[in-house]
Design a protein around this ligand. Structure first.
Ligand SMILES: Nc1ncnc2c1ncn2[C@@H]1O[C@H](COP(=O)(O)OP(=O)(O)OP(=O)(O)O)[C@@H](O)[C@H]1O
Ligand SMILES: [Mg+2]
Length: 383
């Protein structure tokens, strides 16, 4: 059967784009389901869940799946916060909570169906629509305001016979003080058994010792990593088949191997193999082979170039030195990078800090790493 050329591509290469098949995440979704049930059926507040993983492994789409689960299973509202470096975490959280309170108030039953949520919140993206940026007083009043707002929303949810989920994406940008305030507020009210599930997601730097606030230490941590070959195959086969152009076994083997199980690469490869097979009735080995260089290019553009564009002139020098040391010596510590720049460690530590904060670099013990594989070589070759 020849396919119509207008058939749409079922793969979703792009940040925050929900994949056709969310493969390999059953365990973490089961843990989220359990937390929801503890809150909704046992009337206890479960400990927060923290999802950590590198760029492009699928943290944001998982948070979208959490919101869907909450809506489907208990008709609960999800209040989604995506931390932005230029806005304080706590004021953003307060704004979202207030917006959530308004939504709860507006819903006739306080209950949300998946459809109404999707329409109102765009849950496969990152949350409540519309920009809410009110001016707030800074300083010691802010945490009081957070507490008051959270108490208000939770008590209101109880009154309406419902509950809420709070998701915090890019939580590594929240800073120690902001996360500490949220943690302390939750801790203080744990005995009240709020119908509340909190799920944070961020880069592995969230684990840095400087941030290990007690409450988060006690949270349930989940590592979000690469997909194994079987799950990678599910993520490729499902969308292709559903869209009416199945993959041959040989094509599948090529794409699974080329992806290394990296979810973003899985979508890119699927996308380009789909394109290359336009007009055909299957995605065959030739289309899969054609997809590999195209996906590689897009991967570099999407992951490396974006990070590079994000860096200032001095930061770029720091990144280049890090890449050089890393490729020459196999690892790079802050002092080695400083030496390569002809500077003392304290002189360039602000650059290290800034790059760590943005997630362009991560610290593993004393070593600096790039959170996306291949970036060191890309910097050496392309800049
Ligand atoms: N379990 C999965 N199965 C298949 N594809 C996935 C899966 N998880 C994520 N993807 C795909 O990977 C890409 C990245 O997903 P997402 O934006 O959620 O990553 P992320 O971890 O939030 O990245 P970042 O840290 O940069 O925000 C998307 O194209 C998405 O469709
Ligand atoms: Mg994300």
């Amino acid at each position: 059967m020849t396919q119509s050329p207008r058939q749409s591509n079922p793969f979703r290469p792009g940040f925050n784009q929900a994949p056709g098949v969310l493969a390999g995440r059953d365990e973490v979704l089961a843990a989220v389901g359990e937390a929801l049930d503890v809150a909704a059926l046992d009337a206890r507040t479960p400990t927060p869940l923290v999802l950590v993983g590198s760029r492009g492994v699928g943290k944001t789409v998982l948070l979208g799946a959490v919101a869907e689960l909450a809506a489907e299973r208990h008709a609960w509202l999800t209040i989604a916060v995506e931390v932005r470096p230029d806005l304080g975490f706590v004021p953003q959280l307060i704004d979202r909570l207030q917006a959530g309170r308004e939504l709860l108030d507006a819903a006739p039953s306080g209950r949300f169906t998946l459809d109404s949520l999707t329409a109102r919140l765009g849950i496969s993206g990152t949350g409540i629509e519309g920009e809410l940026r009110r001016e707030r007083p800074a300083g010691p009043h802010v945490d009081l305001l957070l507490e008051r707002t959270l108490v208000d929303v939770c008590e209101f949810a109880v009154q309406r016979g419902t509950g809420i989920v709070i998701t915090v994406d890019e939580a590594h940008l929240a800073g120690r003080a902001g996360l500490g305030e949220l943690a302390a507020t939750l801790q203080q009210h744990v005995a009240e058994n709020w119908p509340l599930v909190v799920v944070l997601a961020g880069l592995p730097s969230l684990r840095d010792p400087g941030r290990a606030i007690t409450y988060l230490e006690r949270a349930e941590w989940h590592e979000i990593g690469l997909l194994d070959p079987a799950d990678t195959a599910l993520a490729l086969v499902g969308p292709a088949e559903d869209a009416g152009r199945p993959m041959t076994d040989e094509a599948l083997d090529i794409l699974v191997a080329a992806s290394g199980g990296y979810p973003f690469a899985v979508q890119l490869l699927g996308h380009h193999a789909w394109r290359a097979s336009t007009g055909g009735s299957t995605i065959d080995a030739d289309s899969a082979r054609a997809a590999v260089p195209a996906a590689d290019r897009a991967l570099s553009d999407g992951l490396y170039a974006q990070r590079w564009a994000d860096a200032s002139g001095r930061e770029r020098e720091y990144l280049q030195a890090t890449a050089r040391v890393m490729l020459d010596d196999g690892s790079a510590s802050g002092s080695q990078v400083a030496a390569a720049l002809g500077a003392t460690t304290p002189e360039v530590s602000y650059l290290r800090q800034r790059l760590l904060k943005k997630g362009t670099l991560v610290a593993v013990g004393r070593d600096l790493r790039f959170p996306v594989p291949g970036m060191a070589a890309w910097i050496r070759d392309e800049t």
